[in-house]
Ligand binder design. Structure first.
Ligand code: FPP
Length: 258
């Protein structure tokens, strides 16, 4: 496994990049990084290509970002790949995005396994096409014993729906006696969310110059550090991720204190 990682590094990282990675690893690394991967459509438009070409290029960036995140020692990388609102897009675009997990995992799953990456997904599974879900569930099964980076795809995910569903489950558990109203704390509430098993993100990255959350992890991002860049997702490189982590390392997190 280590040899593979070295090979990947040799092929993809210049020595400057490698030095930078080692330098950054001397300071605390964010445990959980969440990314709103935005700008695929504009990237394609700028090149007079169909929007789906931007999504395809964006998929390649998912691979590069995952490998670097793993190398840096980030524990969880959550990627916003499709929101509960994205169904409003033209059918051909939705169909294409729903094929990307198969293509991505069909191509890169062996590499993810070799690098000890664990694949997970959060979102509403029952509306996903069967082929999409099958590809993800296969990858989840085959990587479940890995203990390196968790690559968590947010697919058909929407934070408001997630919160409303959590409230419904809390009410249900109060009614059936599993939970007392007086016992409900922020921590307990978090355990009803799709992210129950993860710590809150330390760092949120959004590409493409849009400065909004777009219904992404509204509860979980309460104290996260935000890093926005004008770079379109298909142009997002290793250098950009390193820059985001470096900026994060210079921030003072106070969690409401002084
Ligand atoms: C937002 O850009 C992007 C998406 C809705 C899709 C993101 C998907 C990927 C990056 C590929 C995912 C890969 C896997 C393996 C699931 P946009 O289309 O809204 O861009 P625009 O704002 O420029 O139009």
């Amino acid at each position: 496994m280590l040899n593979k990682l070295r090979l990947w590094k040799n092929q993809n990282n210049s020595s400057i990049l490698r030095d930078k990675i080692e330098e950054i690893k001397k300071s605390p690394i964010p445990e959980h990084v969440a990314i709103i991967m935005d700008g695929n459509g504009r990237w394609a438009k700028k090149r007079a290509l169909p929007r789906i070409a931007g999504h395809h290029e964006g998929m390649k960036v998912v691979r590069k970002t995952t490998m670097l995140a793993n190398d840096l020692g980030i524990k969880t990388l959550t990627l916003y790949a499709f929101s509960t609102e994205n169904w409003k897009r033209p059918k051909n675009e939705v169909d294409y995005i729903m094929k990307l997990p198969e293509e991505f995992l069909g191509t890169f799953l062996p590499e993810l396994i070799e690098n000890n990456v664990q694949v997970k997904m959060m979102g509403y599974k029952n509306q996903l096409p069967e082929h999409t879900l099958r590809a993800i569930e296969k990858a989840m099964k085959e990587t479940k014993n890995n203990d390196g980076l968790v690559l968590n795809f947010a697919l058909n995910y929407g934070s408001r729906a997630e919160i409303v569903d959590a409230v419904k489950q809390v009410l249900n558990d109060c009614q059936n006696g599993k939970l007392k109203e007086s016992e409900l704390t922020e921590q307990i509430f978090s355990s009803y969310l799709m992210t129950a098993e993860f710590p809150d993100p330390d760092l949120l990255i959004r590409t493409s110059g849009e400065i909004r959350l777009s219904n992404f992890m509204l509860w979980q991002l309460a104290y996260s550090e935000f890093w926005f860049t004008d770079v379109l997702w298909p142009d997002f490189s290793e250098e950009h991720l390193l820059e985001a982590v470096e900026v994060y390392q210079k921030r003072q997190r106070r969690f409401g204190g002084i």
